[in-house]
Design a protein around this ligand. Structure first.
Ligand code: URA
Length: 315
C-alpha cells in the first residue's frame, strides 16, 4: 500500500517514524487525510476537510486511551472572554525575549503558596516567578524549573505535560526521546524549535514546570497551581494555533476529561486561540501505529493555520 503514496508524503511519514507497512486497517488511516495541494509555506499537504470525530474511520483496534490510569482532572472552567492581546505587526515582534532582568520576587498569598500577579507579568517577570515558584510540593524534588523554549512570538505553540528526567536536568522541555520524535514531527511540516521566524519556529511549554517525582502523572492540584503560568505564556506568545499534546494539556487548556481519541480531528478554542488535540509524543513512542493519526492531526493543524480559521469545525 505504501508504494502507492506520493513520495513527498512518504518522506514526511518516514521523518515522523510512522510505520509504512501498517496492518490493513491502520494503513487506511493516513489516506483519509491525504492529498490536496501543499499548504503554502509549510511544505505540508493539509487534510481536505477537518476529520471530525464522528467521521473518523473505523479502527481494527479501539483508539487506545492515552492515559494508563484514570485520574481526576482540573475542573471544567467557565467560558471566559478571549485574553490573547492583539498581535503587534510581525516586524515589531522580538524573536527571543531579553534575558530576565532584576524583578521583584514573586508574591504569594497568605498561605505563602499561590503566586499573585501572574496575569500581568512580562516575560522576564514570568520566568523569574516560575524559577522561584514554591507553590506546590514539586519544588522539593525538582532540580530546576522548565519554563519553555522557542520563539516568544511563535505562530504555533505546543503544550506538553511535564518535564521528565532529562528536561529536569537540562532545563528545556522535550529533550528526551519524546522530544526527538516531536522534533521529527515538527520537521515533517516545516517547523522547528530552533531559531527561525515566528511562522516556522514554534514555542513549546508544558502544563507543569516542575518534574513530578519518578515521572508520575501530574496531580489535579499541581495542574491548577501551574495553570496561571501556562495561561500567561499563551497570552504573551499570542499564538495563532495551539497543539495540545496529551491528556494533561487537554485537561488544562480545554478543561475536558474526554480521551484524546474523541477530541482530535476538530478545532477547539482556548481563549479565542484555535486548539488542535493530538497524542503525546511519549504515547506515540509506545503506540507507534497511532503516529498515522498524529500525522492527520498535524495536517489538520497546518490546514487550520493556513486557512486562518476556515478549517474550524468546533461548536
Ligand atoms: N514530556 C512532556 O510532556 N514534556 C516534556 O518536556 C518532556 C516529556
Amino acid at each position: 500500500m505504501s508504494e502507492r503514496w506520493p513520495p513527498r508524503r512518504l518522506a514526511m511519514l518516514e521523518a515522523m517514524g510512522v510505520p509504512l507497512r501498517l496492518p490493513r486497517m491502520q494503513a487506511e488511516v493516513p489516506q483519509q487525510a491525504a492529498a490536496p495541494p501543499a499548504a503554502p509555506g509549510l511544505g505540508v499537504r493539509p487534510v481536505e476537510a477537518p476529520v471530525t470525530a464522528a467521521a473518523a474511520p473505523a479502527r481494527a483496534a479501539p483508539v487506545a486511551a492515552e492515559p494508563a490510569t484514570p485520574r481526576t482532572a482540573a475542573p471544567v472552567r467557565p467560558a471566559e472572554p478571549a485574553v490573547a492581546p492583539p498581535r503587534p505587526a510581525a516586524d515589531a515582534r522580538p524573536v527571543q525575549s531579553a534575558r530576565p532582568g532584576p524583578v521583584a520576587p514573586p508574591e504569594a498569598t497568605a498561605d505563602g503558596r499561590r503566586i499573585l500577579g501572574v496575569e500581568s507579568m512580562d516575560w522576564p517577570a514570568l520566568r523569574e516567578a516560575v524559577a522561584g515558584c514554591r507553590a506546590c510540593g514539586l519544588c522539593e524534588s525538582r532540580r530546576q524549573t522548565v519554563f519553555g523554549v522557542g520563539n516568544e512570538r511563535a505562530e504555533w505553540m505546543l503544550v506538553g505535560e511535564a518535564p521528565g528526567e532529562q528536561e529536569d536536568r537540562l532545563g528545556e522541555p522535550f529533550v528526551g526521546k519524546a522530544g526527538q520524535l516531536l522534533d521529527n514531527m515538527l520537521r515533517s511540516i516545516g517547523l522547528t524549535r530552533s531559531e527561525a521566524e515566528p511562522a516556522r519556529q514554534v514555542y513549546i511549554a508544558n502544563v507543569l514546570k516542575c518534574r513530578p517525582p519518578a515521572n508520575r502523572n501530574p496531580q489535579p492540584q499541581e495542574v491548577l497551581q501551574c495553570e496561571p503560568f501556562l495561561k500567561r505564556q499563551v497570552e504573551l506568545v499570542s499564538p495563532r494555533l495551539i497543539l495540545a499534546m496529551g491528556r494533561f494539556a487537554v485537561q488544562s487548556l480545554l478543561g475536558s476529561q474526554e480521551p484524546i481519541g474523541r477530541l482530535r480531528g476538530r478545532v477547539h478554542q482556548y481563549h479565542g486561540v484555535p486548539v488542535i488535540v493530538t497524542y503525546h509524543p511519549a504515547y506515540l513512542l509506545r503506540n507507534p501505529l497511532d503516529k498515522a493519526r498524529a500525522w492527520e492531526d498535524l495536517c489538520l493543524a497546518a490546514a487550520q493555520r493556513e486557512s486562518g480559521g476556515g478549517a474550524t469545525s468546533a461548536p
